[in-house]
Ligand binder design. Structure first.
Ligand code: 0RA
Length: 654
């Protein structure tokens, strides 16, 4: 950033700080936590960690910190330690307390003291560490600075005693430990994988920083805690390699650019592979902009124009009988775009769409200068890419015919619904649910068991098509997939974006995947989720996709009976009613949904009063994409490795 540019930002910063005379108290955060951290469920809980880590990342981006250690402690408190300058502890005249206390107790105070740098990271809500403090039953801040160690503790955001000098040190840094308040959060159990995914993502987005994650809640066979290190020297280039691990690449090396235009740092990495999906992940200040925005528009425009120019000049398009559109240039493309914007405007439903109009041209120019150089210097690779684009255009023409046929057919028959669908009588989509059920027999039971007013049933035949491996036109020709499209009522595809969904037409706001609670059932669930992830991602992003959780067992002893969802519940029942004696006459093990009668299915799995539905959410879209490509793609070794590392069920079928 130029001096002029940063002065401008600084002045703006000063202006806004002095213009806010009434600072909101942390009480407001406790009253309406969701307004500050999104929600009080799993997402919000993990968000607390990101908020603290973001401060350390800021410190790293300013050039003062190289190491960040995150620890999940035994009691689900979390410690974040960095080797930055340490939060200032000097007395703050205006507030009448230490700078540290101001950072911890005044909303949005985080960067106020540091006039030389501007904040580019900052969590999705950018609310600062004081919010974490407000939502923690306990928080301890330890600062190593100027040769001394300082400590201050807080409870629900309020200081418990003053800042204390407790010792000497020869390092600098900040250590924050906080315990999320269980009177605020629905769950206070941290999930290792969620934190690991975000920290890995941050290490790719901010190359050079060493990040570690330790889980002190469990030890392995050797008595060691689980620990993982995240560190990337090549940044986005490595990120793209990671995402595409299970895909066959078309060009040997990732194309990569890191530049700064008009004071905006831009980093882009891209790679073409033989798959049919477009995977572009965009970030602004380390936040995944899932709704896209001006940076993404600029990227697409620059990419299309540059590739089209090259292909036109090469003469490769002269024999083509149909047009090539923007989509064709992005099939099989995996790319990550990261920009750092000083005053980002976030728009859209989930506030993850960049609105700053000047960023579009910045990214457009960055990608076109990078790509045109690359194409000139690598004619062989350039031809491979152009061939892929031509292949994509050819397939798109075939797919469009198939897709239009599905959509025209349902339009002609007056939105005729699939014969297999047992629809509900309610017409308001917000109140309607549809269950996608594995197999006709379970489908039959579900039809009898449901509340026909608001619950519809669509039985699916066994294993649906694996869309990860199928050409688009095959997907649209598939019976089960056609049924899903017509039952849901949505149409797909516009001129600019062939995967855009028309969600206004969606007939149900809860789409529930209901399969057997066994390995086969999980496989079918994964196949269905892959379809939604690749072809109806917006539907997941809007929170419309759910998974039903049928029980595994019915255990009976005398007059007592109980449904069990896991082995622990089953053992507890046996403990209580059989004095711990295993007696298999008393255990009914469900082999599938079809073996429950209609009433049982209703009681355990479908009745909104009793059931548990798991909402499907995409945490880390890039990571999710990689997982689907590993699980559903062609490459066997990474799949085996993934399953070995992540398998959760041990032979429940024996
Ligand atoms: C305000 C000003 C300065 C650093 C920080 C905050 C800071 C905050 C956190 C939170 C976690 N780790 C952190 N590290 C630093 C600048 C201090 C200076 O000018 O020396």
């Amino acid at each position: 950033m130029s001096d002029k540019e940063s002065n401008k930002l600084q002045n703006k910063g000063d202006y806004s700080a002095s213009s806010i005379t009434v600072l909101e108290g942390l009480e407001a955060v406790r009253k309406r936590p969701a307004m500050y951290i999104g929600d009080v469920g799993e997402k919000g809980l993990h968000h607390l960690v990101y908020e603290v880590v973001d401060n350390s990342i800021d410190e790293a981006m300013a050039g003062y910190c190289s190491k960040i250690d995150v620890v999940i402690n035994e009691n689900n408190s979390v410690t974040v330690k960095d080797d930055g300058r340490g939060i200032p502890v000097d007395h703050h005249e205006k507030e009448g307390k230490s700078a540290l206390e101001v950072v911890m107790t005044v909303l949005h105070a985080g960067g106020k003291f540091d006039k030389d740098s501007y904040k580019v990271s900052g969590g999705l809500h950018g609310v600062g560490v004081s919010c974490v403090n407000a939502l923690s039953s306990n928080l301890k801040a330890e600062v190593h600075r100027d040769g001394k160690v300082y400590v201050q503790e807080f409870q629900i955001g309020k200081p418990v005693g003053a800042l204390k000098e407790v010792g000497t040190t020869d390092v600098t840094g900040t250590i924050v430990t906080f315990q999320p308040d269980d009177s605020i959060f629905i769950t206070t159990q941290y999930k290792y994988s969620i934190l690991a995914n975000r920290l890995r993502e941050l290490s790719f987005l901010n190359k050079g920083i060493q990040i570690s994650l330790t889980d002190k809640r469990e030890k392995d066979a050797d008595g060691n805690f689980k620990i993982e290190y995240f560190h990337s020297e090549r940044g986005l280039e490595e990120f793209v390699e990671f995402i595409d691990e299970a895909r066959e690449r078309i060009i040997d090396k990732v194309i990569h650019i890191s530049t700064e235009k008009n004071g905006v740092p831009v980093e882009i990495a891209l790679q073409y592979n033989t798959s049919f999906s477009e995977n572009i992940y965009s970030y602004v200040n380390n936040i995944n902009t899932i709704e896209g925005g001006t940076h993404l528009t600029g990227f697409r425009r620059g990419l299309t124009r540059t590739l089209k120019n090259w292909a036109d000049k090469s003469g490769m398009l002269s024999k083509l009988k149909f047009d090539i559109n923007g989509d064709d240039f992005r099939e099989g493309l995996t790319s990550v775009i990261s920009v750092k914007v000083a005053e980002p405007q976030f728009e859209g439903q989930t506030k993850t769409k960049l609105g700053n109009s000047d960023i579009s041209l910045v990214v457009d120019q960055a990608v076109s200068s990078m790509l045109s150089n690359y194409l000139e210097e690598n004619p062989k690779q350039a031809r491979e890419i152009a061939n892929k684009v031509i292949l994509a255009a050819t397939a798109r023409h075939a797919a469009r015919k198939a897709r239009e046929l599905v959509q025209r057919k349902s339009a002609l028959t007056g939105g005729g619904l699939p014969g297999k669908l047992a629809d509900c009588s309610e017409k308001d989509p917000a109140l309607c649910e549809v269950f996608l059920v594995e197999g006709d027999s379970a489908g039959g039971t579900a039809k009898q068991g449901r509340d026909r007013k608001f619950q519809a049933i669509l039985p699916l035949r066994g294993k649906i098509l694996n869309v990860e491996k199928a050409l688009q036109h095959k997907v649209f020709e598939n019976e089960e997939i056609k049924n899903i499209f017509t039952a849901l009522g949505v149409t797909m595809g516009t001129e600019e974006d062939s995967k855009a969904l028309n969600l206004e037409k969606l007939r149900y706001h809860k789409i529930v995947i209901m399969t057997d609670a066994d390995v086969d059932g999980s496989h079918i669930t994964t196949l269905i989720m892959t379809f939604f992830f690749r072809y109806m991602k917006d539907l997941i992003n809007n929170g419309y996709l759910y998974i039903a959780t049928p029980p595994l067992y019915l255990v009976k002893k005398g007059k007592n009976q109980s449904y069990c969802w896991d082995e622990k519940q089953r053992r507890e029942f046996i403990e209580q009613y059989s004095g711990g004696k295993e007696d298999s006459v008393h255990v009914q093990r469900y082999k599938g949904l079809g073996e429950m009668n209609a009433e049982q299915l209703w009681e355990t799995t479908m009745n909104p009063e009793q059931r548990t539905l798991r909402q499907v959410a995409i945490e880390g879209a890039a990571e999710a994409d990689r997982t689907f490509s590993i699980l559903m793609g062609d490459d066997v070794p990474p799949r085996r490795e993934f399953i070995e590392q992540n398998a959760t069920y041990a032979n429940i079928d024996v």
